[in-house]
Design a protein around this ligand. Sequence first.
Ligand SMILES: CCCCCCCC/C=C\CCCCCCCC(=O)N[C@@H](CO[C@@H]1OC[C@@H](O)[C@H](O)[C@H]1O)[C@H](O)/C=C/CCCCCCCCCCCCC
Ligand code: UDP
Length: 846
Amino acid sequence: MTPLWYFLFGLSIFFMIFWSGKWVVHLLAIVYAKYRLHRKAQLLPLETGYPGVTILKPLMGADPNLFSNLETFFTMNYPLYEIHFCIEDESDPAIMVAKRLQGKYPSIVSKIFTGGSNVGVNPKINNMYEGYKASNHPLILISDSGIRMKEDTLLDMVNHLKDNIALVHQMPFTCDRTGFAGTLEKVYFGTAQARIYLAADLLNINCHTGMSTLVRKHLIDEAGGLEAYSCYLAEDFFLAKSMIDRGWKITVSSQPAWQNSGICEVQFFQARLRRWVKLRVAMLPLTLLFEPLSECLVLGACTAWAVYFLFNWDPILFCLVHTLVSLNFLVSISGVPAMSKKIGKKESAWEYNLKLCHALKEKDFEKVKEILTTEGSPKVNSIIVEGDIPLHLAINNGADIEIVKLLLKKGADVNSEDEDGELPLILAIEKKNVELALLILDSGADLYVKDMGGSTPLHRAAALGMTPIVEALLKRELYPDEQDSSRRTALHWAAKEGHERVVKCLLNRGASLQEVDRHGRAPLHLAAMSGHYEISCRLIDYGGDINRRDNNGRTCLHDSSWLGHVDVVRLLLNCNIEINATDHEGFTALHHAATRGHDDIILLLLDWGGDLSVQDKAGKTPLHHVMLRGHYDTIRMMIECSDDLNTPDHSNKTPIGYILCGMPSTTAFKLEKDYELCELIVKHAVRAKVMAKSEISAEDFTGLETHLSERRWNDVCSFFEACQEEILNIKQYEYQSDSISLYDFLTKPAKTLVMYAQNEDFADLLDLDEWVAEFPIYADFIKARISRAMRRRDWLILSARCLSSIVNRFLPHVKQFPDPPCYQILKSLTDLDLKILIKACYRSVD
Ligand SMILES: CCCCCCCC/C=C\CCCCCCCC(=O)N[C@@H](CO[C@@H]1OC[C@@H](O)[C@H](O)[C@H]1O)[C@H](O)/C=C/CCCCCCCCCCCCC
Ligand SMILES: O=c1ccn([C@@H]2O[C@H](COP(=O)(O)OP(=O)(O)O)[C@@H](O)[C@H]2O)c(=O)[nH]1
């Protein structure tokens, strides 16, 4: 017995023990797997409820399966969870994928965190850090990018988080993927790996992998937060270790982690295993010895030698039997038999899909043709990547018409929907590709089919101004007034988007002008709101009702005034729209124009008889709104031309009061720069107070404090006195006519002034400079009132002529319609009605 013999004897005993141990582990794993895995998830007891879970998804790059993998997180059956996508690089395409899912599942709480945080060496932790900090739930699920979930996976994991358990992880496995690499991965994770995880779980050994881990957040925080693990590359191992060191347990859940990365190739798989082995060797150096030895063939060879040495058994036979039995057992764990049938294929469907996708994107006709004619290639109507069907993909990539023809020839369904519910015809229209849209139309596309937004091809073509498509659709006797989900017809869309030719085409085909959308707006309303003058004209010519009210009681005049479309406003006024109609808030068009400070429209409306005295539901006149919103130029214009600045609203504030006390900050800001306007306001207020025979006090002007202090209160008081004095002088002013005084012009109601205006001398008064120079404070007031009275007088005269001619036409024997009743009739009309009457008569004369 030499020392060498003793050494070899010892070695063979070691191999025998290791071999037996491995078989024990192997058998234990199989039995334990039967007991532990694939249990149906139980509902949680009502008294504990369902703890909320924050799912951290560290993402880096997008592969062809990313969308559908991530989608499984949005369709889980768990009542309370949020998804935090963590994507370090702001240009990462994964952001688009995450956003699409957010759009598709708005009811699931999800957020995207970009930029990461450099808290340590571990890039995954750096990436997840912000998402972790923002988590709102007591449980955290860290889940790698390629993982898929089933509806009950999260419930299953939470089920396993018993009171003494800190962390539940899923042992790695893979989805069914055809091809050699897919099978290899599945075999590896289903056998050698599964065995270790199961045995380790049974024996309470820390063998945790971090690809899908549910953990209690407070335990991470107690250990110093996620950043405490950022100094390790194998953060998963140390995370579990820190829990175990504190007396907690870890366990595996009954469902394995379904890895389904879109990139499945042998070289990537090998690189990953090399990376992992380096980590394990760094943490547990004995790995260098034990891991190779635990491999089936190595252990078989070593033990064959041992049995030969110890028992003189045939080593070759032993080795063969060991390998055969091992393989048989391995196969039974992994479920490989089902997979192995697929190994024979030259290329996997996934590879074909990727190639087809690439060829379609590259618009490579020959390549597409080659792929589609290869046996085993994907079906032309199946989803190939991220929910897209070949036809959709081709169209989305600015399709080559020949490729689309080829796809159609190969049986592509022109009415197929992709995962987002998109349809080929609508996609082609969206891409504004007329030739393609016509081709799809001719290939039998359904004309009434609706996309996710409820739009038909006609709606989209009309909205995008594609006249040839609209014509082609209408030629097929399509019903033109189909409504989409917002109840808009094609005519609404064309009118809104300003496509005149489409509008014409639709009108010629009898499209209705009466349909209203969900806001109660007819096509004319939308055209006016968008400021499309020509289209508005055409719609009116075809009988569009200008006075139609929407659900807020607004006519197109309200909206076009608010939106500042002066041409359209003029057009509507020319068509005799009701100018002072009020909406549900009591707003006239003038109120709307005033709130937005459209000076040109305000002037136009005033010229057409817009009534500045109409009060809305809050008692405000248009002037209140001008003062409130503080459009500087409009304020100035109103103060200069208006004498209605003292009407109180329901909160007892006058328009000028809004400026004087507590005016909006924007106005205040602008006023600071304009002392002239400030002076104008003060003077206006003082003049008005004197006319109303009331006193002034400094409190009346609190909003203008800063300016007043500069100008000194004394100046205001002197101005007050000057006003009083001027009023006295005006009262005493001798005017030719005995019956009317200049003071009357200042104080008498408008109606009386119009009566005075019939006096021949009245007009002269305007030309007399004498009193203008004499009464510098009130001259503007007086002149404005005289001009307005004269303007109305002129309209009355003209209307009287119109009325007589109308009477004459119908009652020829009446030579002269008597003036008194004629004026009585006309006086009761508003300025606007007079104007309409005059216009109508002159038009009929033309
Ligand atoms: C007599 C008994 C004979 C049995 C001999 C068994 C010998 C051991 C053989 C194989 C060991 C396999 C170990 C399991 C592999 C774990 C996978 C792994 O390496 N993961 C690392 C990387 O994970 C990724 O890291 C980055 C992260 O972002 C990803 O999310 C992760 O997926 C991981 O970092 C390492 C973890 C350490 C695992 C420690 C393994 C201890 C093994 C002890 C096995 C004991 C079995 C006992 C049976 C009796
Ligand atoms: O710089 C990185 C590298 C990886 N990851 C994420 O970390 C997880 C695991 O990465 P990988 O798949 O590369 O690790 P493996 O499982 O292959 O070890 C994945 O969700 C990656 O998106 C990350 O956020 N930043």
